[in-house]
Ligand binder design. Structure first.
Ligand SMILES: C[S@@+](CC[C@H](N)C(=O)[O-])C[C@H]1O[C@@H](n2cnc3c(N)ncnc32)[C@H](O)[C@@H]1O
Length: 283
């Protein structure tokens, strides 16, 4: 029988935090212990000390760390999660953005911590609708996650009914097209044209210097991700998002998240529950 002791958890916690910024203590301990045991079985590793050593020395074998991160992180997401954010983009942000720049520039959006792609594909769907109505509009949609398994699922774009419990029908009616083909079990294969609108990347938010790829974004989604990090890293990431957003750019966070922003940075938009923070800019 494998016994996970506090000293093992402490060493693993340190390694995970160093690599991904994740605070292991924010994840329920029984989940962590179960995942440690599952991983050891998969690796055919019978000694907990050996497993801890492998994670501790992740720089020599990042595959083990990647697969452990994939096991412990909670990647729950669904299509059109927090519909008010999508409504706000459709009704206000998109028309105002293109009116202001006269369709000269594309609207650049990042989905940071995109899980299996539910979030960036929801963005692509409303962008497709906007383009159909305003053919001169252009969008650049990037999405990233630390979990390689999630990313490869995202690229397939196949969703079980669990990921489809958002306001899908409401949006399909509003947009006037189906988001993809359904099979008899209610699974959905996202349409190729929507898949083609999103570029997926491996992304580790802990590597602040690598977040430069987000420079020049007009909208950054980082929903239900920052809760796993400590205050110091969260602050650094939020400051970096602020720097890399264009003036008037938006940051969307999750509806159960509440962060304090320094008063001279983001302002909360009062748009009825959309959890949108705006970087002030020229009017
Ligand atoms: C709960 S999901 C959120 C998915 C989506 N944003 C949403 O709100 O529906 C959290 C995601 O954050 C990712 N994540 C955790 N740590 C990360 C890191 N250091 N860098 C990038 N992504 C990370 C996880 O792999 C997971 O897919």
């Amino acid at each position: 029988m494998i016994i996970v002791k506090k000293e093992h958890l402490n060493t693993i916690s340190k390694a995970i935090n160093e690599y991904a910024g994740i605070v292991l203590e924010r994840i329920p301990q029984n989940r962590v212990e179960k995942k440690i045991i599952d991983q050891m079985k998969q690796l055919d590793c019978h000694n907990i000390n050996d497993f801890v050593e492998l994670l501790k020395n992740y720089k020599n074998n990042s595959k083990i760390m990647d697969s452990f991160i994939s096991e412990i992180t909670i990647s729950e997401s669904y299509i059109f999660r927090n519909p008010k954010q999508f409504e706000y983009m459709i009704n206000s942000f998109f028309p105002e953005f293109f009116k202001k720049n006269n369709y000269e520039f594309p609207l650049r959006i990042w989905s940071a911590g995109c899980s299996h792609g539910e979030e960036p594909y929801s963005i692509a769907m409303i962008a497709k609708d906007f383009i159909q109505k305003n053919p001169k509009a252009k969008f650049v949609i990037n999405a990233g996650d630390i979990d390689k398994t999630c990313l490869s699922e995202a690229q397939k774009g196949i969703y079980k009914s669990k990921a489809m419990h958002g306001k899908i029908e409401y949006f399909e009616n509003k947009l006037g097209f189906h988001i993809g083909k359904r099979d008899n079990n209610g699974n959905c294969l996202i349409s190729q044209d929507i898949k083609d609108m999103v570029d997926f990347h491996w992304l580790n938010l802990k590597n602040i210097s690598k977040l430069k790829i987000m420079q020049g974004s007009d909208i950054i989604f980082c929903r239900n991700v920052l809760i796993y990090f400590d205050e110091v890293l969260r602050k650094k990431i939020l400051e970096t998002f602020y720097d890399y957003l264009n003036p008037n750019g938006l940051l969307f966070i999750g509806e159960s998240e509440c962060f304090s922003f320094p008063s001279n940075t983001f302002e909360l938009l009062d748009n009825k529950g959309s959890y949108a923070y705006r970087k002030p800019g020229s009017k």
